[in-house]
Design a protein around this ligand. Structure first.
Ligand code: BTN
Length: 243
């Protein structure tokens, strides 16, 4: 698969979308040493200092729009597995797909899809992992909630190995999705076993409101169940767990 590397780019997700619209093939990897306006979820800026793994994968296989959520859930499981193998750190997944170590964020995933009716025909899955970033390099507001693998493990991580292993594993997982077979269901238990969210009292920001309660369960389709104080269970399909 082709790899596009830039020393500096605004956002690998932005560049990947542009290349995809110009015909870049399925499986193209776009990566950069540094991003000047890395994109985070919910319109936020993603701090992208050199030393991190900043990459975006172009996918051009059709699959059901109703399953788009699995793109990021699968990526979080694959990253959890690969990073814990390479660092021995206890890596946890904060619903739906943030990677946490010692209660701080070390990585995030941003998928941007193009769909036609009920089919996704193009996706860019962008991944940012704070690998070899010294803690001093983080801006103050970021260092309160984020950390790096280097800071937590004291060791530099080989980013080529991380990305290579991730791509192999994620590729296998995605093949189930592209064949229309259960995909997240197969790793659902693994997601739950490393969850930072289940069992906790949480506040979840959805597109409409904030739901407060205990995260009691993650369904096989990625839906989070929140049990509110009055014992009511609310299913949350997308949103974000607030600190
Ligand atoms: C999040 O907010 O948790 C998602 C962050 C995703 C950041 C990555 S870095 C590589 C890719 N390019 C971007 O502009 N964003 C993603």
């Amino acid at each position: 698969h082709p790899v596009v590397f830039s020393p500096e780019v605004d956002s690998t997700n932005r560049l990947a979308s542009e290349l995809a619209s110009q015909g870049a093939p399925h499986g193209t990897l776009v990566t950069a040493q540094e991003q000047t306006s890395g994109r985070g979820r919910r319109g936020r800026v993603w701090f992208s200092h050199p030393g991190g793994a900043w990459f975006s994968l172009i996918l051009r296989r059709p699959f059901a729009l109703s399953r788009a959520f699995e793109l990021t859930l699968l990526a979080s499981v694959a990253l959890q597995r690969v990073i814990s193998q390479l660092t021995k750190l206890d890596v946890q997944i904060k619903w739906p797909n943030d990677l946490f170590v010692n209660d701080r964020k070390v990585g995030g995933i941003l998928a941007e899809i193009r769909s036609d009716g009920e089919q996704v025909h193009q996706a860019v899955v962008g991944i940012g992992i704070n690998c070899n970033i010294p803690i001093e390099a983080f801006p103050a507001e970021v260092s309160q909630v984020a950390t790096s693998l280097l800071a937590e493990s004291g060791q530099r991580i080989d980013r080529t190995q991380l990305v290579g292993r991730f791509l192999a594993l994620y590729g296998e997982m995605l093949d189930f999705l592209f064949r229309g077979e259960p995909a997240f269901e197969r790793v659902h238990e693994e997601w739950c076993a490393h969850s930072h969210t289940l069992g906790r009292q949480v506040r979840v920001q959805t597109n409409r409101d904030v739901i407060e309660g205990r995260a009691v369960q993650l369904d096989k389709d990625g839906t989070l169940m929140i049990r509110t104080q009055n014992g009511e269970d609310i299913a949350v399909h997308s949103g974000e767990v607030l600190f």
